[in-house]
Design a binder for this molecule. Sequence first.
Ligand code: A2P
Length: 337
Amino acid sequence: QKFDVCILGATGLVGKTIMEILAERDFPINKLYPLASARSAGEFVEFNGESIEVLDADNFDWSLAQIGFFSAGGATSAKYAPIAGEAGCIVIDNTSEFRYDDDIPLVVPEVNPQALAEYRNRNIIANPNCSTIQMMVALKPLHDAVGISRVNVCTYQSVSGGGKAAMDELAKQTADLLSGKPVETKNFSRQIAFNVIPQIDVFLENGYTKEEMKMVWETKKILGDDNILVNPTAVRVPVFFGHGESLHIETNSPISAEEVKDLLSQAPGIVVCRNDEDFPTQIGNASGKDETFVGRIREDISHNCGINMWIVADNVRKGAATNSVQIAELLIKDYLS
Ligand code: A2P
């Protein structure tokens, strides 16, 4: 059985990566419809060695597709996802638009595949935030084994999380600075080249940014545990691909670093870097891969139920495109075949 699939945001970074991953994983596609705004309708994108014309989403008949991958920003999803869902196109949405609605499943296939059944409510499935996804993959086996009461997390997030324009800005600022030209800043609140910025998304009333609160809200929903406490700081770093996260985890009962390494080694989607000096980084480990890499696993010397770890994953792949395609694979396997 093959499926007709549309990609909303097909000219963007995540949309293009979704098409690459669909081809890589041999997803059973009958017809593929790349969609974007009127700005780029008529352009061509590559899929599986073929050039396919981009269509204007505004004129698309959503009933032509059985599955839709949406990554064209929250406002665009708000406009089209309900119409697509009504027309029978099951939407896998990469934006934060529907993530916190009670009747919309928020899914990481390795962590809460059972939640997917709720797609039937509105034909919309939400893909979590990139920083949440990799943290969930690493936390789930520990939460199941000993229970996690609290997580302090600090992120080191690459600019690709902000889309193509953000990547272009890091490249241009770096080149301009190295050739003595003035720097222009548009997509970030500060210069990003040779700098780190402790702000991702907007500030909320409680002093946290929206990116930080996404990690708090989404962790509770995905793990199905309202009691788990998350205290995040989200930081943008001048790296193109891959997010790093430093985690300080408080568990309900003590667990040794060796036990954590054993547990994570057996869990799906994780590569454990067992030796201290083999810690993973964005370049050389995570970038271009689909697994979540975990290293620096050690007992917290300041807390008897504390574990520290460093985790890295490719935010455009596992943090967005790969996770969406895995959701679609699960959907066709368990519900559409
Ligand atoms: P377009 O090329 O028409 O602007 P990125 O995340 O890399 O910035 O990409 C954003 C993606 O979302 C692009 O494919 C862009 O298409 C698409 N997009 C943005 N706004 C809209 C809109 N209003 N309708 C349809 N697609 C949109």
